[in-house]
Ligand binder design. Sequence first.
Ligand code: TLP
Length: 345
Amino acid sequence: MEFVDLRSDTVTQPTPEMREAMATAEVGDDVYGDDPTVNRLEALAAEMLGKEAAIFVPSGTMGNLLALLVHCQRGDEAIVGDHSHIYLNEAGGMAALGGIQPCPIPNRDDGTLALEDILASIRTEDVHHPITRLICLENTQNVCGGVPLTVEYTRRVGELARRNNLSLHIDGARIFNSAVAQNVSVKDLVEPADSVMFCLSKGLASPVGSMLVGTHKFIARARHLRKMLGGGMRQAGILAAAGIISLEQMTKRLGEDHARAKALADGLRQVKGVEVDAGSPSTNMVYFNLLDEVTLSVDQIIDKMKKRGVLVDWAAPRRFRLVTHYWVDDAGVEKAISAFREVLG
Ligand code: TLP
């Protein structure tokens, strides 16, 4: 059976063009710095985000961890959203591997952290206190609905960070979705940030990899730490070749995923037992709750959907997240809506 896979945009298979580019990529040993394809990808990523330098890393989780390790010393504190991926879904890496203490503050429904909350959580100079070093934002904010943070908001956080001698890191796993949804340049969105991580392996359809960008000095330190973590890859140009296609081509088509997420949400709003979040979707994610009248568990629903050729995943015991991407076409959206109608109807 052909499946429509809405579990995440991480499931995207490489495109035929990527497979061709990977098969013929010119490669070298990237730990020696002489893989021309990796070097091209890193230069392109830095240029597109308006930063001095970039480094190719195996995953978004490693990219965020490297940023935390470069910005913070052991015992320092990093301000993070309580719904952020860094705080919830990175296996506690900042604490376990960096000795960095997270200072979680509430993510509001629009994905932002209130400026007052950020200010209030900055530690004063006191022998008892950890030192606050870093603010982390997530754009788009995944758990809050795949919501994009604006240029204006990010600027205000950047100013607050500078005034208080803090650094600003953006987990921009889906930063291109954010830019496309708001019709702004990705450079403007990340201009206030000292470092940005973004993923090639989600909506941009590469099989593996993320980028971390920042100053030359920051990236040089990240390169050392990447080696320490065992992330120094050798003929990584095989992977970088797909990443170049992600950046040059796939960034331009994300609007299609957003339009299909909208069609999916509109269809689901007509299905009994489903309550799609107000305002959803903002980008490529549709979140919805099950109403009390639905007696099936999420696991039973997942199972029944699978039998109908649609893969879905739950976000909470009565909540689903559906994600559109390159491999979900209009027919796939229709198939998913009909399957939900059958299963819940
Ligand atoms: N997100 C995955 C899961 O881990 C939840 C998903 O399916 O959405 N930052 C953000 C905002 C992310 O959503 C993710 C992955 C990451 C970082 C980590 O990227 P990887 O999976 O490459 O380590």
